[in-house]
Design a protein around this ligand. Structure first.
Ligand code: GLU
Length: 419
């Protein structure tokens, strides 16, 4: 695991500096907020199914806890590095502040290929992680959640392992749990739902009708599939293309998003589904270049770069994943009239419903699906308005506006604590 000069880290630094300049942040606060408050690197010994001991590198970063306990996902992926996790932890600080949640920002990861280890090994790995981090976790300290290649089962193991370190049950130590263990209704689809709310607002802002607007979605994991279902189903948009790492499928008059999502959940890759009744095959690069109303990268970081940005022809690019557009691409997109809705706004639905879960866990309440949906819609609407008005008042891009609002709110909390 090397820190390196991760593209996401460079991107987070770039956007932070622009926001800090725009806010004329004093040098002390700028220094404080430009690096994480805490970074724990641990090595996790795990006895594998064959009886052999294997050691995994893991890291948990708290970027800021000025506005409340740290909040942010835990990813299990081969690409996990301290540089990447540091950048993602900072993104969580700005995202939580922009959504006006009582949380700071954190992120964690284990460098592992989840597909190469069994469920039993994943459980043992999760327990080893909790053992290593326990004194720094808790509903008032640091609260992990699902992220790349972690899901509600991992969160259940996490909560259960934490129980051994606490006096009794502590469901609020982690969010994104199964409903049976205190998870919230609506958490699974929350990132997609939040993103769909933002797409609705952003299309109206561009004077574009929702009904029939065309969408291409890159990434067909939890967020991408959920988004395809919501946009293509209840909102009546035309989902013309979706893709995963194997490739994509395209149909001009609209794909059957529900059928594709179900087939993917049953184990098919998107490229296996292309070429037949679903639609024609296309590559990920071709998908990025489609002339659509909305392009939503919903999986990986760094997919829109300085090299391919000039090929993007979407009216709106909505960052449903964390960090899909690299900073070098932003001016090129702006030049071609592509409006970018930034990740800290468009992907804020997941952590917002995590907050609802934490609130329910701490109060012993359970909310209905309607209540979760209504409150999510309200929070996404408030965040959108905060960004839109900042962008219009100060003539900023939506990205610069969102970062300014996020950084300003964290800086304000730091100031109250220290001055
Ligand atoms: N991993 C998600 C994110 O990046 C959710 C984090 C959370 O719910 O704490 O926003």
């Amino acid at each position: 695991m090397s820190a390196g000069s991760d593209p996401l880290a460079l991107s987070a630094r770039h956007h932070f500096q622009r926001a800090a300049d725009g806010l004329e942040l004093d040098s002390g606060l700028r220094d404080l907020l430009s690096e994480p408050r805490r970074e724990l690197r641990v090595r996790l010994p795990v006895v594998m199914d064959d009886g052999e001991l294997q050691v995994f590198d893991a890291v948990r970063v708290v970027h800021s806890d000025a506005r409340g306990p740290a909040k942010g996902g835990l990813r299990y992926a081969p690409s996990v590095s301290p540089g990447e996790v540091r950048a993602l932890a900072a993104l969580m600080s700005w995202k939580c502040a922009l959504m006006d949640l009582p949380f700071g920002g954190g992120k964690g990861g284990v460098t592992v290929d989840r597909s190469s280890i069994s469920d039993q090994e994943t459980r043992a790995l999760t327990e080893a992680l909790v053992d290593a981090l326990a004194p720094f976790l808790g509903p008032d300290r640091d609260i992990p959640a699902p992220d790349m290649y972690t899901d509600e089962r991992v969160m259940a193991w996490f909560m259960d392992a934490y129980r051994r370190h606490a006096a009794g049950q502590v469901p609020g130590v982690v969010t994104g749990k199964p409903r049976a263990l205190g998870g919230s209704r609506g958490r699974n689809r929350a990132t997609a739902r939040g993103s769909a709310h933002i797409i609705r607002q952003a299309l109206a802002w561009c004077d574009r009708e929702l009904e029939g607007a065309s969408v291409a979605i890159q990434g067909f994991g939890n967020a991408g599939r959920g988004l395809a279902r919501i946009l293509g189903g209840e909102l009546g948009l035309r989902v013309v293309a979706v893709s995963d790492s194997s490739g994509g499928v395209y149909r001009e008059d609209g794909l059957d998003a529900e059928a594709l999502a179900t087939a993917k959940e049953e184990g098919a890759s998107v490229s296996e589904l292309a070429g037949g009744e679903h639609g024609d095959a296309l590559t990920n690069e071709e998908l990025l270049a489609l002339e659509v109303d909305v392009l939503a990268p919903a999986a990986l970081e760094g997919v829109v770069t300085e090299e391919n940005a000039s090929r993007v022809r979407a009216r709106l690019l909505v960052e449903t994943a964390n960090g899909p557009v690299l900073p070098g691409a932003d001016p090129i997109l702006e030049e071609s009239g592509v409006r970018v809705v930034p990740d800290i706004l468009a992907s804020g639905g997941g952590v917002t419903v995590s907050w609802f879960e934490w609130v329910q866990n701490r109060s012993g309440d359970r909310w209905s699906a309607d209540k979760v949906e209504a409150r999510l819609q309200e929070r996404m609407g408030l965040a959108w308005e905060a960004v839109r008005t900042r962008a219009e008042d100060r003539e900023l891009s939506l990205r610069d506006a969102a970062w300014q609002v996020g950084v300003e709110r964290v800086a304000e909390a730091e100031r109250y604590r220290r001055v």
